[in-house]
Ligand binder design. Structure first.
Ligand code: ADP
Length: 169
């Protein structure tokens, strides 16, 4: 059984086995949590991302998928990069957002990670309404069988924290 926990704070400071990055498909860095992870983790993360782009992910990492790299200087051992869908009213992309959580948990299991920290994927620049983002995150993790012992949602801003707290309680 995977335990779900909730923390208000900065994901780059978490002492967990793996932190999940809300990356973009280029894998070459961006703003928000992605920028913070690369800034704090140092250049080794970007070097592995470039190698992935030169190899298996020549076209970028598809939305909904996940791939691991070193965590560089972060307290964690690995960063699991996943690409959330941008929110749009024209189309229901929630299956892709759920896929981010499932794929990340699968990669975490492959790494034998015990504790994994997730941000609110797609709830920043990608514009997902917080309540929806929290519902999809919590429901998907609860419904996905995994050997991961702890999934820690790390929410940066109070509104995101409240949205996740309302789902977990
Ligand atoms: P996306 O492009 O998938 O929306 P963002 O990085 O813009 O990704 O935002 C995702 C969530 O991560 C937002 O709720 C944002 O507030 C949050 N966030 C930004 N920096 C950090 C951080 N250092 N630790 C945890 N969460 C963060």
């Amino acid at each position: 059984m995977t335990a779900l926990t909730l923390v208000r704070g900065d994901i780059t400071e978490q002492s967990v086995d793996a932190v999940v990055n809300a990356a973009n498909s280029s894998l070459l860095g961006g703003g928000g949590v992605d920028g913070a992870i690369h800034r704090r983790g140092g250049p080794d993360i970007l070097a592995e991302c470039r190698a992935l782009r030169a190899g298996r992910y020549g076209e970028g990492l598809p939305t909904g998928e996940a791939v691991a790299t070193t965590a560089g200087r972060l307290p964690a051992r690995w960063v699991i990069h996943t690409v959330g869908p941008a929110h749009t009213e024209d189309e229901d992309r929630s299956p892709l957002l759920a896929s981010c959580y499932r794929s990340s948990l699968r990669v975490a299991d492959e790494l034998d990670a015990h504790a994994v920290a997730f941000p609110a994927v797609s709830a920043g620049v990608y514009g997902w309404p917080l309540d929806e983002a929290a519902r999809i995150a919590v429901d998907t993790v609860r419904q996905t069988p995994a050997r991961v012992a702890e999934v820690r949602f790390v929410l940066f801003d109070p509104r995101a924290y409240d949205a996740f707290a309302a789902r977990i309680d």
